[in-house]
Design a protein. Structure first.
Length: 197
């Protein structure tokens, strides 16, 4: 059943706001033990705080990676914590409501038990299972991997590649309303990141 371009835009907009809500709500959690995570995601902190040092994550995900995914000049968007490396478009696209962003979020745990709990929660929140609408199981990336999002004419809007490997899991998320992101670049970069973990 083809719902037409309007329904596709509405679906994309809804997904965009869901991702924004999930991202915002995770930053408002009270500070406390990180359950053994080697990289933690604390609440807001000063920009020069070590809690904001995302150099380990950005070493895995460069500006060139972001540009390959988005097909546009990108710049680092700091201030999202030690587990997130985010880039935004240098300029907004014509007729867009804002600049698109792409981010790598990396969660690493000390034990398999901690990772199992975190991964199960991720799968539930993101509805990661075969047969779910707009979810594709990816083979040969990490131990378990999924692509989420809608694709039109070979490009994606709000979408993600979510991967688990060992005691780590990560997501490469695009947050852009237009269908401009390259799902193939997302998958290729996610495979390289998984291979480095």
């Amino acid at each position: 059943m083809n719902l037409g371009p309007t329904a596709g835009k509405i679906t994309t907009l809804v997904l965009f706001f869901i991702l924004c809500f999930i991202g915002c709500s995770s930053n408002n959690q009270p500070a406390g033990p990180s359950n053994g995570a080697t990289l933690s995601s604390p609440g807001p902190a000063p920009a020069n705080s070590s809690d904001q040092d995302n150099s380990k994550v950005c070493a895995l995900f460069s500006t060139a990676d972001a540009e390959k995914i988005m097909g546009a000049p990108m710049k680092l968007k700091p201030g999202h914590g030690a587990t997130v490396c985010m880039y935004e478009e240098v300029t907004a696209r014509p007729n867009s409501i804002g600049t698109g962003t792409v981010a790598l979020t990396l969660n690493q745990h000390k034990t398999a038990e901690e990772e199992n709990r975190a991964w199960d929660q991720m799968k539930e929140v993101r509805h990661l299972q075969a047969g779910e609408k707009n979810v594709q199981v990816l083979n040969a990336i990490g131990g378990e991997a999924f692509f989420t999002g809608n694709i039109e004419k070979g490009k994606a809007g709000v979408s993600a590649v979510i991967v688990r490997k060992g005691n780590s899991h990560f997501a490469v998320d695009t947050m852009v309303l237009e269908y401009v992101a390259s799902p193939e670049a997302m998958k290729s970069i996610a495979k390289r990141i998984a291979d480095q973990l």
